[in-house]
Design a protein. Structure first.
Length: 142
């Protein structure tokens, strides 16, 4: 039976130490990965709950000419509304969010009181489950 030299014992100890270090690194990497995946699932769940609370079902674009604009009053809770005659002749009335982005013909930001009957517009709106349409962005095209 052959004896183990000091060199072989040191080499074996070094290898065991390397294995332990590699295992620690692997464990830390797996732990971080599990945390990341778990947190991203939590964020997705929160977003899904948020959108279901608001009852949003789709985002759509409405294009046409402005038929009328009524400016609301945030102090009384009355929302602004815009009625558009679409290219197919259908009238669509949309509530306008108070923080909706409204752009003029040249791309400049304007306020809702600058919109007038006959302006051609493209409106990005969100439709709620109840059927109400909420304009979130309005762009004057002509």
């Amino acid at each position: 039976m052959r004896g183990v030299s000091t060199y072989e014992m040191k080499a074996a100890g070094y290898l065991n130490k390397r294995k332990a270090e590699n295992m620690k690194k692997t464990f830390v990497a797996l732990f971080v990965a599990v945390l990341f995946v778990g947190s991203s699932c939590f964020v997705q769940k929160a977003t899904a709950e948020e959108s279901s609370e608001q009852g949003l079902i789709r985002v759509q674009v409405v294009a046409g000419k402005i038929d009328s604009v009524s400016i609301g009053d945030s102090s009384t809770g009355i929302a602004s509304r815009i009625t558009v005659i679409e290219e197919n002749g259908a009238k669509k009335t949309l509530r306008v969010k108070s923080d909706a982005v409204i752009k003029g013909k040249n791309g400049e930001i304007i306020t809702i009181d600058k919109l007038k009957e006959g302006d051609k517009v493209t409106i990005e709106c969100k439709t709620r489950r109840k059927g109400t349409n909420m304009a979130v962005a309005i762009t004057v095209t002509k």
